[in-house]
Design a binder for this molecule. Structure first.
Ligand code: GLU
Length: 491
């Protein structure tokens, strides 16, 4: 986008952009630009939406409860005041507020990501030979297995450690780490993915509980054949220490919201199966011992980590990454949980919100009345001033060319009254609009042309009305014909 901005600025100063440069500029934002041109953005009034997000962010800033995790110095020394929220829609619209470019460790937020990688590479059946799908009902780092002697799910420590032994089997330690880093980088649309070696060393030094889990898993033969438990643990600690920013984290979340296709690059990074499994498990097991309540109140898949991060997915709409280090007693970010609650109180994003009848919540997926009004005004003004190229642009962006204003007047009424032959021609030949729409006084465009003595337009519209009627009748008879044929073929 920077390149595009730069070139647009230059062209404003008189420099021009040839096709090749234009292609270069747009290729990294092709998904977003296509959606913009087709007016198919998932959140049409993004500006209004971000004003609301900002309001939620500011309201939550005053909350000071919670304690920063202190089991390792690298987490203990992080300022409790950090507070950032980034979001990225499935079509690549971005918004960030607060501390969104500060690196932070993913910690447990990496668990669903490595599970997604495992399912992507190995398939559901293989992965679930080694790990369950059920919430454990126990603390995330408990030494416990399900009735089949497997870890309860991939989002508790036992499951995540086994998960580490599944990915890229046969590769050496360095290759495995590189492989996952590259994968995450692609999920993040090539944005920031870092690594905190200090955190990794501390995790390893203080990881007695995880070692205990590792030995227990080994005793119960939970690893695939040939897997080395200590290497799996090592990879587990490394992955907890991978860094993102809220901004890059929100692109990862958006890739999950978008069925595995990164909205920034357009690349399919994960299979649809991997994403669906991952979101299902995040929904039931992602928020430690608050998962049931979170699923009830927020109704969205999410995963939190001890660094105070929350990866939140609004499927088919957007990914959110929020970060505030102070945690509640369960281990979730206090501000982060507030944000998730407030988000679904304001917008109808809860999985079970009634999209059709719920009038109390906002639906940012819909075009607001204000934007609809703006498009009608633009359309009629273009017809009034004879601006065919603007009309062509509107038609290409899938705009309804038969829209009416508050007097029920259409672009064709206006162009006919003004005598703009080329506009009338474009509307009837290019857009095939209905010439019989009546305005609030009961007039059709032809009557306007007659009234204002636009003789050429009168001739053109009279002919067009005839062909329009014939075409309509033809369409009806061919529809009847088709349904008759259908009936016959059924009999
Ligand atoms: N490094 C932590 C552990 O394995 C992960 C904590 C978390 O974010 O849940 O215990």
């Amino acid at each position: 986008m920077d390149m595009l901005n730069h070139t647009v600025q230059e062209s404003m100063l008189g420099a021009s952009m040839d096709l090749e440069i234009f292609q270069k500029c747009v290729q990294s934002n092709i998904v977003l630009l296509t959606q913009v041109v087709c007016r198919k953005l998932v959140i049409p009034d993004f500006e209004q939406f971000t004003l609301n997000i900002n309001r939620l962010y500011e309201n939550i800033r005053s909350i000071k409860e919670g304690e920063v995790a202190n089991y390792i110095p690298q987490l203990a020394k992080v300022s409790p005041d950090h507070w950032g929220v980034s979001l990225c829609t499935v079509d690549g619209q971005r918004y960030s507020v607060g501390d969104t470019d500060v690196p932070l460790c993913l910690q447990s937020c990496v668990k669903p990501l490595k599970y997604a990688i495992a399912v992507n590479d190995l398939g559901t059946n293989y992965v679930h030979q080694y790990v369950g799908k059920e919430p454990s009902g126990l603390r995330f780092n408990k030494l416990s297995l399900n009735f089949q002697e497997k870890p309860h799910n991939p989002l508790v420590n036992a499951g995540a450690i086994v998960n580490c032994s599944l990915i890229n089997q046969g590769a050496n330690k360095a290759e495995k780490f590189d492989y996952i880093m590259q994968f995450l980088k692609r999920m993040a649309g090539n944005e920031f993915i870092g690594f905190s070696n200090a955190t990794f060393q501390s995790e390893k030094e203080t990881g007695d509980r995880n070692y205990a889990i590792g030995y227990y898993l080994k005793e119960k033969k939970c690893f695939p054949e040939g897997a080395d438990m200590v290497s799996a643990l090592d990879l587990y600690f490394q992955l907890c220490s991978i860094e993102v920013t809220c901004q890059s984290g929100s692109v990862i979340a958006a890739t999950l919201a978008n069925g595995g296709i990164c909205p920034i690059t357009g690349e399919r990074v994960l299979s649809a199966e991997a994403v669906r499994n991952t979101l299902s498990l995040m929904h039931s097991c992602g928020m430690y011992d608050f998962s049931g309540q979170f699923a009830f109140h927020v109704g969205l898949p999410a995963k939190s980590g001890v660094s105070g991060a929350i990866l939140l997915i609004v499927p088919n709409i957007m990914g959110v990454f929020c970060w505030s280090p102070p945690l509640d007693r369960i281990g979730n970010s206090v501000r982060g949980i507030h944000f998730c609650h407030d988000l679904v109180s304001l917008f109808n994003f809860h999985h079970y919100d009634d999209l059709r009848h719920c009038a109390k919540k906002l639906d940012p997926r819909k075009e607001t009345r204000e934007t609809q009004h703006k498009t009608v005004v633009n359309l009629l003004f273009a017809a009034y001033s004879g601006d065919v190229s603007a009309l062509r642009r509107f038609a290409l962006s899938a705009m309804d060319m038969e829209q009416k204003d508050y007097d029920s007047r259409t672009a064709l009424h206006v162009a006919a009254a003004e005598g703009h032959m080329d506009v009338v021609r474009f509307l009837i030949d290019g857009c095939k609009v209905n010439p019989f729409v009546e305005d609030r006084w009961g007039n059709i465009p032809l009557q306007d042309a007659i009234k204002f003595e636009r003789h050429e337009v009168v001739k053109l519209l009279t002919e067009y009305q005839e062909t329009y009627v014939k075409r309509q009748m033809g369409a009806e008879t061919s529809e009847e014909q088709m349904s008759l044929e259908n009936l016959e073929s059924m009999v």
